[in-house]
Design a protein around this ligand. Structure first.
Ligand code: 9WN
Length: 423
C-alpha cells in the first residue's frame, strides 16, 4: 500500500487531538467528544491502530444513556471554550452529556473496526466487539422507538444539531417556526475562534437554544419531547445512515447476536428501507426530507439527498439519474460534493452547511456510489477531496468554488477521511 504524502501529518493531528482515548474534533473550537466525529475517527484509526480505534468507540459509549441514546457530545473534561456546555444542557447523566444525538455512524464504524481487528489478529477483538455490538443495538432500538414512534420507517431530528448539518438550508422553513426567545443566556464562543461569516447566524443560535430550553423543560423524556417539539423533520441523511448501520449490525449479529436479535435487526432494516425508498423523487433525482409539522416535502437541494446511496441498492435507472445529478452539482466546482449546489438560491460557498464541502460527507457519498457500482464517480470525488486537503490543509471544510480550506484547522475527521479516501 502506498503511503500518502501527508499520512504522517494526518496521524499527528489525531495524536494531537487525543485527550485520553477519545479525540476532540479540533482544539478549542470543539473541546469535547462528538458522536459522529468519533465514529469517523475510529475508522481512520482502524487503518493503523486497531486498539485505539476500539478505545474511541468505548469512550463514546461511556456517555450512552440508560434508554439507549448515544448523545451528540460527551463532556469528559471541563472546558470553557465552547457554548453550550453541560450547564445549559442540564441532563444529569453520570458523565455530563448533551441531550440530543447525532447520525449513527457508530454501527458502520464498529463493523469496520471489527474487520480491521480480524485482519490484524488483535487479540481482544471479539470481546470488545461483543460489548459494543450490544451498545449499538440498544441505540438502534432507541432510534426506532424515540424517533419514529409513528412507524414511518423514517427517523426524525428534533434539533438541527442532531443532523450534523446544523444550518443547512434544508432546515430553513421548519426552523423559521421556532421562536428566537430563550431562557438561557447565549454566550457564543465559536465566533471567537473562526470568522463569524463562516458560521451559523445569531438568529440560528437563538432558535437552536430555544429548542434546547424546550427539551430540557421536558426533562429530556423522549415522549414529552416528541409531543412538545416545534421542529420535527424526518431526515433522509439520518435514516440512510441508520439503515446502513443496521445492515452492518446484521452482519455482526451473525457472530455476536442471538436468533431473536437477528430477526429484530432484519425487521428494523426492512422498515427503514421501505421508509427511505418512499422519499425518492424521480423528478429531482434525489431523496427528500419530510417536515412532520407541516406535512410537506422539503425539496431544498442539499447533500442529504444523496446519502441514502449508503443503504439502498438502486436499479439502473435510479443509479444513472443520481450519478447525473451529482455530476451536475460538481460542474464548475474545484472540489465537490457541495453541501448545497451552486445553482440553488441558498448557496453560500463559505458559510458552514450552506455550500461548503465536507470530507466525511464525500466519504459517505463515495462509499454509497461504490456500493451501487459507480466506482468512477466515487474515485473522482475521493481524489478531489484528497487534493483539496493536500493543497489547503486538514480544515473543517472547503469552499467548493476555490478549494480554500475554512472553519477550524487540524481537524480530526478530515485527517481520518484523508487516510481512508487516499487509499
Ligand atoms: C454542534 C464537531 C461538530 C460536527 C457537526 C458540525 C459542528 C457543532 C457546532 O461541529 O456542530 O454539534 O457547534 O457547530 O456541524 O457536524 O459534528 O465537529
Amino acid at each position: 500500500m502506498n503511503t500518502l504524502p501527508k499520512e504522517e501529518a494526518a496521524r499527528a493531528i489525531l495524536a494531537r487531538n487525543d485527550r485520553g482515548g477519545y479525540t476532540v474534533p479540533t482544539d478549542r473550537l470543539y473541546p469535547f467528544q462528538w458522536n459522529w466525529d468519533s465514529a469517523f475517527v475510529a475508522m481512520g484509526f482502524a487503518l493503523f491502530d486497531v486498539d485505539r480505534a476500539y478505545r474511541e468507540l468505548e469512550r463514546l459509549i461511556e456517555g450512552q444513556w440508560d434508554d439507549g441514546m448515544i448523545p451528540h457530545i460527551v463532556f469528559h473534561a471541563p472546558s470553557d471554550t465552547y457554548f453550550p456546555g453541560p450547564d445549559v444542557w442540564g441532563t444529569r447523566h453520570r458523565i455530563p452529556t448533551s441531550g440530543i444525538t447525532q447520525p449513527p455512524v457508530f454501527g458502520m464504524a464498529l463493523r469496520h473496526v471489527h474487520e480491521a481487528a480480524l485482519a490484524t489478529g488483535e487479540a481482544a477483538a471479539t470481546e470488545r466487539t461483543r460489548v459494543l455490538f450490544q451498545a449499538a443495538l440498544r441505540s438502534h432500538r432507541w432510534w426506532l422507538t424515540a424517533r419514529d414512534p409513528e412507524g414511518l420507517g423514517l427517523v426524525s431530528i428534533l434539533h438541527p444539531w442532531e443532523s450534523g448539518s446544523d444550518n443547512s438550508p434544508a432546515w430553513d422553513e421548519a426552523l423559521a417556526r421556532v421562536p428566537t426567545t430563550t431562557t438561557t443566556t447565549i454566550r457564543r464562543k465559536d465566533t471567537g475562534h473562526v470568522d463569524a461569516s463562516m458560521r451559523p447566524r445569531d438568529e440560528d443560535y437563538q432558535r437552536f437554544i430555544h429548542l434546547v430550553d424546550t427539551y430540557r423543560d421536558c426533562g429530556w423524556d423522549p415522549k414529552r419531547q416528541w409531543a412538545a417539539a416545534p421542529f420535527k423533520v424526518a431526515d433522509v441523511q439520518m435514516t440512510g445512515i441508520l439503515a446502513r448501520a443496521t445492515a452492518d449490525l446484521m452482519h455482526l449479529a451473525e457472530t455476536f447476536g442471538t436468533d431473536e436479535e437477528k430477526v429484530e435487526l432484519t425487521r428494523m432494516h426492512g422498515r427503514l428501507l421501505d421508509g427511505l425508498s418512499s422519499r425518492w423523487r424521480p423528478e429531482l433525482s434525489r431523496f427528500v426530507n419530510l417536515d412532520l409539522i407541516s406535512g410537506h416535502d422539503v425539496e431544498t437541494p442539499t447533500q442529504a439527498g444523496f446519502i441514502p446511496l449508503v443503504a439502498l441498492t438502486f436499479d439502473d435507472g435510479q443509479r444513472s439519474a443520481i450519478v447525473a445529478e451529482i455530476e451536475r452539482w460538481l460542474d464548475g466546482m474545484v472540489v465537490g460534493v457541495p453541501s448545497a449546489p451552486s445553482f440553488s438560491p441558498s448557496f453560500e460557498p463559505k458559510r458552514y452547511w450552506r455550500g461548503p464541502v465536507w470530507a466525511v460527507i464525500n466519504w459517505l457519498i463515495s462509499d454509497g456510489l461504490r456500493l451501487n457500482g459507480s466506482a468512477d464517480l466515487a474515485r473522482r470525488i475521493e481524489q478531489s477531496t484528497v487534493r483539496a486537503i493536500e493543497t489547503s490543509g486538514f480544515c473543517e471544510y472547503f469552499d467548493p468554488t476555490t478549494g480554500e480550506g475554512l472553519g477550524g484547522d487540524t481537524f480530526s475527521w478530515t485527517a481520518a477521511a484523508y487516510m481512508a479516501l487516499g487509499r
